[in-house]
Design a protein around this ligand. Structure first.
Ligand code: ATP
Length: 234
């Protein structure tokens, strides 16, 4: 479904990605795990069209998307939930969700989207008139995911959904990610919390300073000595 081939991205002289390749098949949950600065966000931002690659290619359903503007990529069905949520703090929950539907052209599409998102996140329904900036961190993460779902993505790119959340909330967010996947949305997840990421993923890739150093099924990687030592704190 999504294929990244030999992708390299640089910020000036800093080579953030040094030719990485990976793929996500329809229906999967795939994680990219890695430490701070490994290049995880850079990978997602390049797939979303927010950054331009220096080399390599990104293909979605066989079509090269590396030169498309971000809104076209969203229209194709690829939507990102950014790191740090980036909700519109001075807008209400409802307005944030409506913004997520900006590519929607169907009549009644926004209303149907809101119904779907409120069913998935009842807490957002209860708080629909509240300013997004006054939501708790966990609620803001749910809002960011809800906003992304408003575009009816086929694949959701999640950048560090566990960031800054208490353990109980992390669990809740990850169980929601699993449900979204069970409903038919493919997931590419980027996480520093390797333990949680591997627990819900089928497969994963380990990114280290711009290179993929390991890949395999999540259960294999959980047993891998290097992963255990460097990423699982064992
Ligand atoms: P984190 O979990 O800390 O967000 P990450 O794995 O997502 O880390 P990236 O944010 O993709 O890592 O960063 C990869 C490398 O690129 C790092 O060395 C970072 O300092 C560098 N980098 C990222 N954004 C920029 C930028 N706008 N300008 C210059 N260098 C950048």
């Amino acid at each position: 479904m999504l294929e990244v081939h030999d992708l390299s991205v640089a910020y000036g002289v800093i080579e953030a990605l040094k030719g990485i390749s990976f793929a996500v098949e329809e229906g999967e949950i795939v994680s990219l795990i890695g430490a701070n600065g490994a290049g995880k966000s850079t990978t997602l931002r390049t797939i979303s069209g927010l950054l331009r690659a220096k080399g390599g290619r990104v293909a979605y359903k066989g079509k090269e998307i590396g030169k498309l503007p971000p809104y076209k990529i969203v229209e194709l069905g690829v939507t990102q939930v950014p790191e740090g949520r980036r909700v519109f703090t001075r807008m209400s929950v409802l307005e944030n969700l409506e913004m997520g539907a900006y590519t929607c052209r169907e009549r009644g599409g926004v209303k149907a989207g809101l119904k779907r998102v409120f069913a998935r996140f009842p807490r957002l329904a209860e708080r629909k008139n509240q300013l997004a900036g006054t939501l708790s961190g966990g609620e803001q993460q749910m809002l960011a995911m809800g906003r992304a779902l408003m575009s009816r993505p086929e694949i959701l790119l999640l950048d560090e959904p566990s960031m800054g959340l208490a353990p109980l909330l992390v669990k809740e967010v990850f169980s929601i990610i699993k449900e979204i996947n069970a409903d038919g949305t493919t997931i590419l997840l980027v996480e520093q919390n390797a333990h949680m990421a591997l627990s819900i993923s089928g497969r994963a890739y380990v990114l280290q300073t711009g290179e993929i150093i390991l890949s395999g099924s999540a259960s294999e990687l959980m047993q891998h000595p290097e992963v255990k030592k460097a990423y699982l704190g064992d």
